[in-house]
Design a protein around this ligand. Sequence first.
Ligand SMILES: [Zn+2]
Length: 318
Amino acid sequence: MYNSDELRLFFEKARLGVCSHAYIIDGADGVGKREFALEAARAMLCSEKNKPCGYCKNCLMASSGNHPDIFVVGHEKTATIDEVRKLIVRASLKPNQAEKQVFIICNANKLREDSQNALLKLFEEPPATVAIFLLTESRSSLLPTVLSRGQRIHLDGLTDNELADKLAEKYPSLNGSDIKTVVHVAGGNYGIAEKYLSKENSNLREKAENLLLFALSKKNYELASALVLPKHKRDQLRAILVELITVANECEKARYGVREALAPKNKELAEIVKNASKRALSRIGEAATACIAALDGNQNVTATATKFATDLIKAAAR
Ligand SMILES: [Zn+2]
């Protein structure tokens, strides 16, 4: 979810009637570009003075996601050239209900060059009834000609306090220290926070913490069992290793006395880490990085996991 200052500014422009016809919204994955564009569209289509009023027909339909003049493409899958052409035809027609029609093109950075070129015409000479939002993670992947035609809106993540408030509202069961942890990991990005809270992620963390625990407490048998015995799929093992790097890194920070370092959830690990060697923690992170490189280099998964178990034991002995 984005920092709300930009949206307030946009609403102000909509009230003054000085909105542009073409915007390029950029911001990290998960920051809420589509949500922003939908809110902006609602304000543009609202028929009252205090836009968005929240009660006119246009506002209500937009809020329910059923406004006949708001068109969203490329959300699930990158828009094809055919979809772009259809959209251009639609733009030449009158709006269905409101005074304008709004086109929201998600993942514009993934549009093929011919699609971008086709859109360019619409950007250059848009009918007075049309507004376009191009959403992109990076501006550099758009054609310079497209970039030069659109007004930029850059979305930043939430402040730590805003993110903490949102999470407390959505996940009432989280306690203060859990929220602090998530805010720390997510760095203002609501999408990352949600991902972190997902079940899959907490499983990964548990597995990664176990690996570190087994390595540091020299439980070699348990370590080998956790790594080698359940036949991991490549992606699965990779994900655990990525998490292990984070866990080892945070533990290392804690050993150096960095105050905001994330404490392990596993109590036993939290205790052991207090006396672990800083060098061992950093070697463990390096071993995991090397193992990921081997996996990405398409080496045999079981052989790589076996070698990693040995490397981890060696690293932990430092
Ligand atoms: Zn309204």
